[in-house]
Design a protein around this ligand. Sequence first.
Ligand code: ACM
Length: 267
Amino acid sequence: MIRAAAVQTQPIFGDVAANLERTRQLVLSERADLYVLPELFSTGYLFRDREETASLAEDYPSGDACRFLAELSDTAGAVVVGGFAEKASGGRLYNSAALADRGELLSLYRKIHLFDREKACFDAGERAPHVVATSIGRVGMMICFDWIFPETARCLALAGAQILAHATNLVLPYCQNAMPTRCIENRVFAVTANRIGEEARDGTRLAFTGWSQITGHTGERLAQASAESEEVICAEFDPALADDKQVTPENHLFRDRRPGLYGEMWR
Ligand code: ACM
C-alpha cells in the first residue's frame, strides 16, 4: 500500500520564493509516499506572452523549482511531482512537470496538449508521455488539459503506468468527472492536483476550480478537496492492483482492443 497526496495550492503570480515556501509547508503537514503538486505551482498560470513566460521560466534540472522538488522529496522521503515553466535550448518554452524520488530528479515531461492561450506562451512538448519507475511504483506524468485527450492516459497505461500523476490548473468544470472514466478504461490510479483562486491579467480573468481528486483504478473517488481551500488530500491504495487489466474473466482491457478497426485513431 502507498499513501498518495494531492496538494492543492493558491500560488501568487510571479512570487516563486513565496510559492515554494507555502508548498513546502503544505507538503510537510501530511505524511505521504507520493505528492502531486499543481501545474505551474511555482509561478502561477496566466502569463501575458512568451516574454513574460521566459522571464519566469527555468532550466531543468538546475532551476529553483526543480531543485526544490528534489530537496522536498529528500526531506519527505517520497516521490514528488510538480509543474513548472521550463526554458530549454533554442528559446523553447515548455509547460513542464518534473518527478523527484527521495532526493533525485528522475524525469521531465513537457505538456503535449496546450490549453487555449497557453499556445501564445509555450511550445507544445514533442515527446510521448512516458512512465517512470519509482520507489513507489510506475508513475506517468500528465499535465492538466492532457486529460481531455484519452490517448494520453491510454499511452501511459499501455506503457505500464500504475499511477497517473496529474498536475493541473483546471478552469473548465469537466475533468473531475472525467477522471473516473480515464481510470476505469485503463484500470489505473490518478492523483489530480489542482489549484484554487483567480488570476486576472490584461482583461482576462480565470477562476481555478479546486476539487483536487484521487481516483481509484475502478473509478471510485478515494479523496476529494474543496473548491476554496489550500489543502492536502490523501488516500491509500495498492498500485499493483493496476496491473490486473481483466475486467471480466473474458475481457482484458488491452488484449481486447481492436486497433485494426480504429482507422482514424492511428493517423
Ligand atoms: C489547463 O490545461 N491548464 C486548463
